[in-house]
Design a protein around this ligand. Structure first.
Ligand SMILES: Nc1ncnc2c1ncn2[C@@H]1O[C@H](COP(=O)(O)OP(=O)(O)OP(=O)(O)O)[C@@H](O)[C@H]1O
Ligand SMILES: [Mg+2]
Length: 602
């Protein structure tokens, strides 16, 4: 047993130092007096005086052993010198050094951040909540670190992720030049950024399925391919692919000419082409035949048969045509495409006629119907044959480059078909990355992108083709250099891309029960926090460990809920069951269902 060299608040003595891990033998009376005051509970911190400095250690484990009163593990985090807290330890403790309970001055030094203020406007930090073990102290997040080095907000369903995100965004957009884009999968966030009448705050743009416009011509070939190619018969995939690429080059030629890109454009260049013409061309080529021994198409109308090939091609791209079925000389079916494009045509027609795809496949008509879009960009009402300029309007909308300037764009995807959420998020993320990539460094405005329910479209599983994953991983790996940063939000971190999660230098980890998820997080954060991770199941809603560069040390924090919470409150089954429903409800619901109109949002 350790001899008692007890000063007033000593609770133990160091018996081993390994790197930043320290083992402490507790004083004989610890179990009686120390326990009473809850000194040294996990996630609290203790002090090791070393010369002039006070080295700070985070309690990561406690254990009772037979030969001693008990031992405790500390993880050394930083030190206080001349009243200020610094990360990192310069003077290491030695065996035999006393370990003390922290005093008020220590807490003051740790929590009193010279850069701390209530909002980012007045300082580089903002208040996230209060220290769970002593609520007199506020926890500040350093915005510089938090936003530039990616962050993850993790926790079970109902643990408080959406409220935390709304709090972070709400604090950030008080700064007039903040730029954030958030993907809201359940339409929760409108409520957190609008008044009681549903009117959005003046610095927020809200894009739901009525106002979001994502023109299909911005998709890359691979993305269009995933949308339209019929893969049910492997023997004809190559024919469709070949047709698709040929058609894109032909159909984009007009815009390429207008934009002086004729020598450089390719299937991926994000310029306008007409999907109507694409469909017409596919329908024509699916039937096309040649006049025997010539390269001319065998149109039914004789006049057309005699046109030159370029003139014939122009007709094939723009007009639904009939072909001669065969005569005594015989008409030769097109070797590659004849009857091979039926599946492709079906896919296009099917999606083309589904109203839910309008924001993507009928972007011009959709934008004309949107009051928001047509109000901001009246040019949409013009008659044009080249809509390539829409990319400018889209970027302006997404980056808040409007009058008055917006700081947050909420992209509400709750009304978008599930099968194209991945594509939509992938495309918007790529646009934003490319936009900042091509902006001169001096003029670049950093953009934070928030990905709610990230595990659903940024999976760890490489097998599944995920466009969003490719785009977000690029942001995670390279975004910092170009001023694009990610906040990923997930209830299933173990299903989330490891590449993305391991790039997150900041984590807010709320309650988490699933051992698989805990295990996964332990691997991503350093080992010494493993014990903290084990505490995750006992946290209450809105209580989290905040880890990473944006806080002085891992802090168990009670997050202050935002002034207006997202519409994510649990459904109160019992209350709902106690109300009766109006008799006309069912008819109205089915009516909306058939017209694909969603009910009023919360
Ligand atoms: N900081 C907080 N303080 C107090 N209560 C909170 C806090 N954060 C969240 N809550 C409460 O917890 C409940 C769930 O919160 P929230 O919707 O933020 O959870 P979530 O983790 O986003 O859940 P899901 O995974 O289902 O989206 C809400 O009723 C909310 O009011
Ligand atoms: Mg949520």
């Amino acid at each position: 047993m350790i001899q008692e060299t007890k000063t007033e608040r000593q609770i133990g003595q160091i018996i081993s130092v390994q790197g930043d891990q320290v083992r402490v033998a507790l004083m004989a009376d610890y179990l009686e007096s120390g326990r009473k005051d809850r000194l040294g509970q996990i996630a609290s911190f203790l002090v090791v005086p070393v010369g002039e400095a006070r080295v700070i250690g985070l309690v990561t484990g406690l254990e009772v052993t037979e030969s001693q009163a008990g031992t405790m593990n500390l993880h050394l985090i930083g030190q206080i010198s001349q009243g200020r807290f610094y990360r990192g330890v310069h003077q290491y403790p030695m065996i035999g050094d006393a370990v003390m309970a922290g005093e008020a001055q220590d807490l003051d030094a740790i929590f009193d951040r010279p850069d701390a203020g209530e909002t980012l406007l007045t300082s580089s930090s903002f208040m996230l909540g209060r220290f769970a073990l002593n609520t007199d102290y506020k926890v500040f997040l350093n915005g510089r670190q938090f936003f530039s080095r990616h962050a993850a907000v993790l926790g079970n369903s109902g643990a408080g992720k959406s409220c935390t995100v709304a709090k972070i965004i709400g604090e950030s957009i008080k700064h007039p030049n903040t730029q954030m884009i958030m993907f809201d999968l359940h339409g929760e966030y409108r409520k957190a950024f609008s008044n009681e009448n549903g009117q959005m705050d003046s610095n927020v743009t809200y894009l739901d399925e009525n106002d979001l416009v994502v023109p299909y011509w911005l998709l890359r070939y691979q993305e269009l391919d995933s949308l339209f190619i019929d893969r049910s018969d492997p023997t004809i995939i190559a024919n469709q692919v070949s047709f698709f690429k040929e058609a894109l080059i032909k159909l984009k030629k007009n815009s390429a000419k207008n934009l002086e890109l004729l020598t450089t454009y390719n299937v991926d260049t994000p310029i306008y082409f007409s999907l109507d013409h694409f469909l017409t061309y596919a329908q024509n080529m699916n039937q096309a035949r040649f006049v025997i021994n010539t390269d001319r198409y065998a149109f039914s109308r004789t006049a057309l048969r005699n046109l030159s090939l370029p003139e014939q091609e122009e007709i094939l791209l723009t007009q639904k045509s009939q072909f001669n079925q065969g005569n005594p000389q015989g008409e030769i079916p097109h070797a590659l495409y004849f009857q091979k494009l039926t599946g492709l045509i079906d896919q296009i027609e099917h999606k083309y006629n589904d109203k839910r795809y309008d924001f993507l496949l009928h972007p011009v008509e959709h934008a004309k119907k949107s009051k928001l879009f047509s109000g901001l960009f009246p040019q949409i009402m013009e008659e044009r044959t080249d809509w390539s300029e829409m990319i400018v309007w889209l970027i302006k909308m997404l980056t808040g480059d409007l009058e008055p300037r917006k700081n947050l764009t909420i992209v509400d995807l709750s009304g978008i078909p599930f099968d194209i959420i991945d594509l939509t998020i992938g495309l918007i993320t790529r646009l934003i990355f490319d936009y900042n990539f091509y902006t001169p460094v001096n003029f670049r405005r950093p953009i934070v992108m928030v990905f709610e329910e990230a595990h659903t479209y940024i999976p760890d599983n490489e097998i599944k083709n995920s466009f969003a994953r490719v785009s977000v991983e690029r942001v995670a790996k390279e975004g910092r250099k170009y001023g694009v940063s990610a906040i990923v939000v997930s209830q299933r971190p173990s299903e989330l891309s490891r590449t993305v999660l391991s790039q997150c230098n900041n984590m807010i980890v709320l309650r988490m029960n699933n051992p698989e998820d805990q295990h996964y997080i332990t691997k991503v954060v350093s080992d010494q926090f493993a014990n903290l991770i084990q505490m995750l199941p006992i946290l209450s809603p809105g209580e989290a460990f905040v880890l990473g560069d944006s806080v002085p040390m891992p802090l168990r924090t009670l997050i202050t809920p935002p002034e207006r919470r997202p519409a994510s409150n649990n459904v109160d089954f019992v209350e709902a069951w106690s109300k009766s429903q109006p008799p006309e409800l069912l008819d109205q619901t089915i009516g909306r269902w058939l017209k694909q109109e969603r009910p009023q949002k919360e």
